[in-house]
Design a protein around this ligand. Structure first.
Ligand code: C2E
Ligand code: CA
Ligand code: CA
Length: 265
């Protein structure tokens, strides 16, 4: 007797139930104080000077404990719940980093939001309310979530640029249409995906790709930074390849704002 299909169905039903419960819990999690932000430093190519930070969301679920953004962000995107989350992240990140005036502040947004006619206006309003310098803000959008080639996306990007906000293409190289995205949209920065960085000192192919991406970025007037840098060998390779910045556990794990400020002195 083969009982596998029944088990699979039960598991799937269980997974769907769990996802639905999680989504219900996600609504209002920010208001209930369950969200917090951690910050990871972005370094100059010398690996010594801090040039910016990326804010990363953490959810401390009252029953389940810490849940990874990699798990709940895709759910929120699918359920149309990403908008209040991004607003919460941006507002909190601006409040917490206001005094670090020499640093850029990155936050992650969903590609879907660039097609939202109200996105740029809401960012403008949030920035104005906080009195935050928009030139310090950098929106990271991951290319794995497809950016639709719409008029609205172009309008959003133009409004954000007019405001002085920079736009970075995150996880560059991990998606299948990277070059197309570069052709279609005016990004200011490319973040080379961790997968290439991990392999750069091991395989000729990855090394060649990183050199090519740095050259491409330069030709198109974009900054190229590398993420997921974990070893000195990788950092040395990337410095020689000519990246503008580096981020990764080698320089520091994401940490709460108090710890970051203590470290920066
Ligand atoms: P991401 O934007 O590519 O962020 C980098 C992820 O890699 C972070 O994981 C970070 O902690 C981790 N990381 C940094 N350096 C290293 C390293 O050297 N080695 C390794 N193995 N990992 C490293 P995290 O915080 O779990 O976030 C996962 C993803 O969730 C993010 O990937 C981003 O796509 C998404 N995310 C996080 N916060 C937000 C948010 O506020 N809004 C949205 N829409 N997405 C978010
Ligand atoms: Ca990111
Ligand atoms: Ca990334």
């Amino acid at each position: 007797m083969n009982i596998t299909p029944i088990r699979t169905t039960e598991r799937r039903t269980g997974e769907v139930d769990a996802a639905m419960r999680l989504l219900a819990d996600l609504e209002g999690a920010g208001d209930r104080g369950e969200f917090s932000l951690v910050y990871q430093k972005q370094m100059a190519p010398d690996g010594e000077r801090v040039i910016g930070v990326e804010s990363l969301l953490r959810w401390d679920h009252p029953r389940l404990g810490a849940i990874s953004p990699g798990d709940f962000i895709p759910l929120a995107e699918q359920a149309g719940l990403i908008r209040p989350i991004t607003r919460w992240v941006l507002d909190r990140a601006m409040a917490e980093t206001q005094s670090l005036t020499h640093l850029s502040v990155g936050f992650n947004a969903s590609a879907l939001e660039f097609a939202d006619a109200e996105f740029a206006g809401e960012i403008e309003a949030l920035v104005a309310r906080r009195g935050f310098d928009p030139a310090r803000l950098e929106i990271e959008v991951t290319e794995t979530a497809i950016l639709v080639d719409g008029e609205e996306v172009h309008r959003t990007m133009a409004r954000l640029h007019a405001l002085g906000v920079r736009i970075a293409l995150d996880d560059f190289g991990a998606g299948y249409s990277s070059l197309n995205h570069l052709r279609l949209y005016p990004f200011d920065k490319l973040k080379i995906d961790k997968a290439f960085v991990t392999e750069c000192s091991r395989t000729t192919q990855s090394a060649a790709l990183i050199h090519a991406v740095v050259g491409l970025g330069r030709a198109l007037g974009m900054d190229v930074v590398a993420e997921g840098v974990e070893t000195r060998t990788q950092a040395a390779f990337l410095r020689i390849a000519g990246v503008c910045g580096m981020q990764g556990y080698l320089f520091g794990h994401p940490q709460p704002i108090e710890a970051l400020k203590m470290e920066l002195g």
